[in-house]
Design a protein around this ligand. Sequence first.
Ligand code: MG
Length: 203
Amino acid sequence: MKIICIGRNYVDHIEELNNERPAAPVIFMKPDTAILPKQFPFFLPEFSNDVHHEIELVVKICKVGKHIDQKFAHKYYDEIGIGIDFTARDLQSELKSKGLPWEIAKGFDGSAIISDLSSKNNFKSLESITFELHKNGEVVQRGNSSHMLWNIDEIISYVSKYFTLKTGDLIFTGTPAGVGRVEANDVLEGYLEGEKRFRLQIK
Ligand code: MG
């Protein structure tokens, strides 16, 4: 399986990092080794002094497809959860400034946290899914799928022009504003539609 991530999909987050609003979705990948096994703590890597949390909605692909038309895209995913796209921001900024690929800043071991997923049929409206990240008991990120620049169907259609989607692939759909540094002993908790979906200890 592969993990496809969308960058710059929420205007408030684009603005907080002073990035340009993209004309097309920004895509990058994480290897499957990026997934942190459930119940494991997140160990801060020695190669970064500025690891940021990015809470995101995650969708799971349920059918092989390529060149998927937007109007059929809903048939290609069946489950939704939340996750963290951990980012070594210092490393990423350095690579970006040199015009180099930022993979090591995004795809390192343990950089993908994924909650249990729920059937998409359980959501009242896929156009308005709420999610939050709490750090040490305080809300630091709050998102709603209605604020995405590209919605899930548009993302699936766009990504499938370049990469064949396969059953089990995961798509991280971008983070809202409020990204920030994590430090040892922080506790991160992810909420989806008001329900706690994960608790993660930073070490
Ligand atoms: Mg992200």
